[in-house]
Design a protein around this ligand. Sequence first.
Ligand SMILES: Nc1nc2c(ncn2[C@@H]2O[C@H](COP(=O)(O)OP(=O)(O)OP(=O)(O)O)[C@@H](O)[C@H]2O)c(=O)[nH]1
Ligand SMILES: [Mg+2]
Length: 305
Amino acid sequence: MKHCGRIALIGPPNAGKSTVLNALLGQKITIVTPKPQTTRNQIVGILTEGENQAIFLDTPGLTRVRGRLSKSMIQAIWESLRMCDVLMPVLDGNLYARHGELLEKDIAPLADALASDKRPNIVLVNKIDLFSDKALMLPLFERLHALWPLAELFPISALTKDGLETLRSLLFSKLPEGEPEYPDDQLSTQPVRFMAAEVIREKLFLHLRQEVPYSCAVAVETWEHSEQTGQTVIGAVIYVAKPMHKAIVIGHQGSSIKQIGIEARKEIQELLGEKVHLDLWVKVKEHWTEDPDFLRDLGVLGETL
Ligand SMILES: Nc1nc2c(ncn2[C@@H]2O[C@H](COP(=O)(O)OP(=O)(O)OP(=O)(O)O)[C@@H](O)[C@H]2O)c(=O)[nH]1
Ligand SMILES: [Mg+2]
């Protein structure tokens, strides 16, 4: 019997949703950083095994609504949920085992919102590699079971891949019968230009501190392949919300942007499998997080699966 369907990865920021998706696919298609609210768009990842296909949707972390960016992220998440056959909330098991009060704050409202949903809920209790005291695991699972009686709880570590093999086979069995929607070698639906912009954004998150990376948006503006040199020349603009942030992104004598460029180029090169020349510019665009047209151009608003 062939199975094909959609699975939504949802949950609080920093829970490991994007890491789970990359680990399930065995390839990096979505960016990961230690900072919360890394993912801003809906990212599609496709896993095909034989005649079965799981279409995953990575989503921005669920946060309390602040600016328009957060609001649009939340809208995007609920919209994507409507289209999915299986809901797969991901949570940081280590965090909630140590801080039960956060479980009530973050997870109880989510469990409540999904309580009457008839679709399978597979709750991934992630980061089990970090459990220093395994005795903390049982009370966490008991509490989660009480909060979410109909959910299947699944302990995993996306980092060490512990539990992922079993999860993969379980997931296919939860999907409806159907023909694969995408060719078996397709891993994602994101255009490669978008993926390149995301790689640059990841490096900004890894190198910049406090609110600066949140002030940044990346747009790839030019992309030219030269047959002569075999090189792809990519021009990208890093938009920042404040003039002060422009100076920080550039760094002392350009040191920061240089490092970001080196790391991004290396990774984009691996992604494309060919030589890349990357030019980065930094431009100030105040209040971009509140500009619907700009957000739509970035794909943050109005995309659905
Ligand atoms: N130790 C450990 N760290 C993990 C695991 N899974 C993810 N992480 C780390 O947790 C951090 C957040 O991971 P992401 O995958 O970006 O989390 P996310 O839920 O997609 O976060 P947002 O996109 O911000 O909502 C990164 O530093 C990951 O390396 C895990 O199983 N074990
Ligand atoms: Mg993410």
